[in-house]
Design a protein. Structure first.
Length: 279
């Protein structure tokens, strides 16, 4: 994570970070509209659906992009190998965490999520602009595999043998509602850990100690396997980030991600599901 104060200081340096706006809403309207109205000066925009995901299909609603496609997108906004990147969204950091995770997956560790996102930036009276920065060509090389990814069978095993955290809202976890996918419920054995609970009432992320306490209460233990999933693999990235921010996992041993998540799991009728409040 990076604070707004620290970002202001970093941007004062000519070699400051590449800033990326990834505002997005489930069901729209497109986040680019918000970006065009106003954004952090110098920020580039990337779209979750078209830039940070492959086309929906057998892999789920937001499959991981092909490495060559991701490299092209990242280079198009001037990201160089080893150069710092700061990502923000319009909410609790869950969408920004997707690009954080993708960069880490690609082998690029110099990336942080803006604590409080665009809302915190605006609330503090910091400058915004509608000016789009000039395009520059970066030289980042995407080397996928630096973050662990599991498939459906491995996610099921993780739920049995370790801790699989479900980042969706409690009502979706319990199967009481399912606004997007064809079946409601959760992966048997998964524990509900809504991504919205990473932040406090002020919209900033909880302190590392508070996050660590929360994950301990959810059954995460030192040395045990832990992974995350959500509706389509996006907000689960923020669980991976929160576990690292809490010191529960490390950059060298991060949590695992079921990238297809519920949108992949539920379309196969042979895969079991559970409903109700218990794993």
């Amino acid at each position: 994570m990076i604070s707004t104060e620290a970002l202001v200081s970093a941007l004062a340096d000519a070699a400051g970070p590449v800033v990326v706006d990834v505002r997005w809403r489930l069901g729209g309207p497109p986040g680019r509209q918000d970006y065009e109205v106003g954004h952090i000066p110098g920020a580039h925009y990337l779209d979750l659906d078209t830039d940070l995901s492959a086309a929906p299909g057998e892999g789920g609603r937001h499959p991981l992009p092909a490495p060559d496609d991701l490299q092209r997108v990242l280079r198009s906004i001037g990201i160089d190998q080893g150069h710092p990147v700061v990502v923000y969204d319009g909410g609790d950091g869950s969408v920004a965490a997707r690009l954080w995770w993708l960069l880490r997956w690609a082998g690029h560790r110099e990336v942080a999520v803006l604590d409080g996102g665009f809302a915190a930036w605006v609330a503090e009276g910091r400058p915004v602009t509608a000016e789009v920065p000039p395009a520059t060509e970066g030289d980042i090389v995407v080397r996928p595999g630096a973050m662990p990814v599991v498939d459906a069978d491995e996610a099921a095993a993780l739920a049995r043998e370790g801790v699989l955290l479900d980042a969706r809202a409690a009502a979706r976890y319990r199967g009481e509602t399912e606004p997007v996918d064809p079946r409601a419920g959760h992966i048997p054995g998964a524990v509900n850990a809504p991504s919205t609970e990473h932040v406090g009432a002020d919209g900033r992320w909880q302190a590392p100690a508070a996050l660590a306490e929360r994950f301990q209460a959810l059954g995460v233990r030192d040395g045990a396997r832990v992974g995350a999933y959500c509706g389509s693999g996006v907000t689960a990235s923020s669980v991976v980030l929160a576990l690292e921010a809490a010191g529960v996992t490390t950059p060298d041993e991060p949590a695992e991600l079921y990238a297809g998540s519920w949108s992949h799991w539920c379309v196969d009728p042979s895969r079991p599901l559970a409903t109700g409040p218990n794993p």
